[in-house]
Write a protein that binds this ligand. Structure first.
Ligand SMILES: Nc1ncnc2c1ncn2[C@@H]1O[C@H](COP(=O)(O)OP(=O)(O)OP(=O)(O)O)[C@@H](O)[C@H]1O
Ligand code: SF4
Ligand SMILES: [Mg+2]
Length: 414
């Protein structure tokens, strides 16, 4: 789709997403990396790194994306910043389809969408001064900021909490945390709308991580940024995300606002990820230990398990999980889940009760407290649903009275 040229006098904010509006929309997004073999380099298979995901990012929000190593988070980040070409699906930014824009078509968009990389050591060219590194986006885009590049770079350095006098220093003269600040300054240079941060703090000391996350948070408030923050586990994103997407083997298995996800996670994998995060809450110190250990590694994305991809490691898996892929559906307002037997919700396949043997093995790794809690909450939700149905039946309009009396009639005859 071509982008219509802006006529003179057009207000630049036209098409800009107001806070809360959808800035980025991803539908059916896939990235399959071909595996080639032999002299002829014939394709013999594919790594299904991202295998059909749908989500949207609203202006001004932070979407956290979590999942174990290899589940496709970085590939997803590179697809939405269009550093990679998708195999299928669409990416829309501010309502424009950018899925297959070429280099020149993407140039204006490069200003609006920026990426912060995981490794602050390898992502900064060691031979360039930080002045050159942070100033590079201006040169690439042919933009001269007011007051010149040097002045603007120095302003950016102070924005990210570095000394503007260090303009001429080289990356090796900075610590990991400072280097990540340099990466952030570079990403902010062109005043982007969307910043995708791929594990921005995982290479840093734990003591520094919070500083960098807080810096990102402060910058968001000041500059009205929209973030997609990718992380291995929930500890990094839990405080800064408005919504969280949980990925497993190239798919989103749960997408919910932070509160709902923490209060009542519905996907068993989310629950496992959450229980892996130590909770530094003194009130919970003596609380039941509810760690869930995930058995084995994530299966290969070359031939993912049939049905629900998590069934080889899930303690709730039944037959249907091996054959039928659960769709990602909104079970509660704002909470989308892909599971036949969700936690904290009514069972979606109640007829299917026999646990797979692999589930029984996995359940050994789940503490009794978790299993009991899971059964308890499912029963509570089922009771709630039953009560709602009763209320609805009681409040049913008169029209159904005829049907009811018809139903009752034979019973009376007996
Ligand atoms: N260029 C590529 N060619 C082939 N396979 C790739 C390529 N890039 C990634 N993959 C594969 O795609 C899958 C997803 O990789 P990706 O880097 O997106 O995962 P990730 O969730 O970011 O993992 P991590 O947490 O380790 O960074 C992996 O199996 C990976 O080996
Ligand atoms: S219960 Fe079934 S559908 Fe749900 S996560 Fe486990 S294996 Fe997947
Ligand atoms: Mg990654």
């Amino acid at each position: 789709m071509s982008i219509p040229a802006q006529s003179e006098g057009t207000v630049i904010t036209k098409g800009d997403a107001a806070p809360g509006e959808i800035l980025l929309k991803v539908s059916g997004l896939q990235k399959h990396f071909p595996i080639r073999k032999g002299l002829l380099q014939r394709q013999v298979g594919a790594v299904r790194a991202v295998d059909g995901i749908d989500f949207e990012v609203r202006a001004g929000e932070t979407l956290g994306v979590v999942g174990e190593s290899g589940c496709g988070k970085s590939t997803m980040g590179r697809l939405i910043t269009r550093l990679l070409e998708p195999t299928a699906g669409t990416v829309e930014f501010e309502g424009k389809d950018i899925t297959h824009l070429g280099v020149s078509g993407m140039r204006p968009l490069r200003r609006d969408v920026q990426m912060i990389f995981q490794d602050p050591y390898s992502s900064l060219n060691p031979r360039h001064t930080i002045g050159t590194i942070i100033g590079a986006p201006f040169r690439l885009q042919g933009v001269t900021p007011e007051g010149g590049i040097k002045k603007e770079v120095q302003r950016l350095l102070s924005v990210v909490g570095l000394n503007p006098e260090h303009y001429n220093r080289y990356p090796h003269e900075f610590s990991g945390g400072q280097r990540q600040r340099i990466g952030i300054a570079r990403a902010l240079a062109l005043n982007p709308k969307l910043v995708v941060a791929d594990e921005p703090v995982s290479a840093l000391d734990v003591s520094i991580q919070a500083q960098v996350v807080n810096l990102l948070d402060d910058l968001q408030q000041e500059l009205g940024l929209t973030y997609v923050i990718i992380a291995h586990d929930l500890s990094v994103v839990r405080h800064v995300s408005d919504r969280i997407a949980v990925m497993y083997l190239g798919k989103i298995v749960e997408l919910a606002d932070r509160e709902s996800l923490y209060k009542a996670p519905m996907h068993p994998y989310t629950k496992a990820l959450m229980s892996a995060v130590p909770i530094p809450d003194p009130r919970r110190k003596n609380a039941k230990s509810e760690r869930i250990l995930l058995k084995g590694d994530v299966p290969s994305p070359i031939s993912p398990p049939s049905g629900c991809r998590f069934h080889t490691r899930c303690w709730k898996a039944t037959q249907i999980c091996t054959t039928t892929e659960p769709p990602l559906i909104e079970l509660k307002p704002g909470q989308r889940v892909a599971c036949h037997h969700p936690e904290n919700f009514e069972d979606q396949a109640p007829q299917d009760t026999v646990l797979l043997s692999v589930a029984k093995e996995a359940a050994e790794l789940v503490s009794d407290e978790v299993l009991a809690e899971s059964a308890e909450t499912s029963a509570a939700v089922a009771a709630e649903v039953a009560a709602e149905v009763e209320v609805a039946e009681d409040a049913a309009p008169e029209a159904s009275e005829d049907e009811a009396s018809e139903d009752e009639a034979p019973a009376k005859e007996k």
